[in-house]
Design a protein around this ligand. Structure first.
Ligand code: KIV
Length: 295
């Protein structure tokens, strides 16, 4: 199966993407490629494709669990998905997304919850949303030895304050505010920063100001890496695709076609056919028929 699925076999022998590779990629100008994934099969496929970083995003709430926002997903649900992803992929760097309210209390609570992603779900790092207001949690988590990725711009956990999934940092003042947040997060020790749904000029400026790499989603081409949500990238849900996402394959359409073929073949008596059917050994069949007749 691997050779069929994997036209670029070297991905299988690739060494693990490490924390220091983030900085090295930025220095070399080599873009970092990140996707979200939420289960073991998808993680394995991402690895086969040579994806360097997998984010077990809290977007799971929307794309897998049917919620309208990311707010309802729990820490236990995030850990459940993170464990599955870790079982599926060996070489990508794995990041667990801290869900809403799991790092908003005391720094000690934030450290405990972040630690669970490394201790119980084999993640390499955690991601959290927010700027200077989150610095006590960010500093405490990093002091505990847990690498932290930041996330600025459109931060979906603040959806109720933002009033919708709207582009951010569109005014000069907001762009300056975001830049100051980014610098504060870098000073606190985050190893990388997601910039979501911000103008490309802002992403360019922040990427030039920072020594750590930026990872963009809806932030234009000037970030040091890009991330896309699994379902958007693969066309798994045509009810909503963010305008900034690119759908590389219509996998959802292929799935519906496959399921419809299956349905039709069952209805028409074509499935299962000979290759999918097992028969008893003749001697066992004879014995069985005798027993049936004797009843
Ligand atoms: O949860 C998520 O999928 C994310 C990405 C959009 C960066 O945070």
């Amino acid at each position: 199966m691997s050779t069929v699925l994997n036209p670029c076999a070297p991905a299988l022998t690739r060494r693990k993407f490490r924390l220091q590779d983030f900085a090295e990629h930025k220095q070399k100008g080599e873009p970092i490629v990140m996707v979200t994934a939420y289960d073991s099969t998808s993680a394995r496929l991402a690895e086969l494709a040579g994806i360097e970083v997998i984010l077990v995003g809290d977007s799971v709430a929307m794309v897998c669990l049917g919620h309208d926002t990311t707010l309802p997903v729990t820490l236990e649900q995030m850990l459940h998905h993170a464990r599955a992803v870790a079982r599926g992929a060996r070489t990508p760097f794995l990041i667990g997304d801290l869900p809403f309210l799991s790092y908003h209390g005391t720094p000690a609570e934030a450290v405990h919850n972040a630690g669970l992603f490394l201790k119980e779900a084999a993640m390499d790092a955690v991601k959290l949303e927010g700027g200077r207001e989150r610095l006590p949690a960010v500093r405490a988590i990093i002091e505990a030895g847990i690498p932290v990725m930041g996330h600025l711009g459109l931060t979906p956990q603040k959806i109720r304050q933002l009033g919708g999934f709207k582009p951010q940092a569109r005014t000069a003042a907001a762009a300056q505010f975001l830049t100051e947040d980014a610098l504060a997060l870098q000073d606190a020790g985050v190893f990388s920063l997601v910039l979501e749904s911000v103008p490309q000029e802002v992403a360019l400026h922040v990427s030039q100001e920072l020594e750590i790499p930026t990872i963009g989603i809806g932030a234009g081409p000037h970030c040091d890496g890009q991330v896309l949500v699994w379902h958007d990238l693969l066309g798994l849900d045509d009810t909503f695709v963010p305008p900034f996402a690119k759908t590389y394959r219509s996998v959802g359409k292929m799935i519906v076609e496959g399921l419809a073929d299956y349905r039709r073949e069952v209805k028409d008596g074509l499935f299962p056919a000979a290759p999918q059917t097992r028969s008893m050994e003749p001697q066992e069949l004879d014995e069985f028929q005798q027993k049936v007749r004797a009843c």
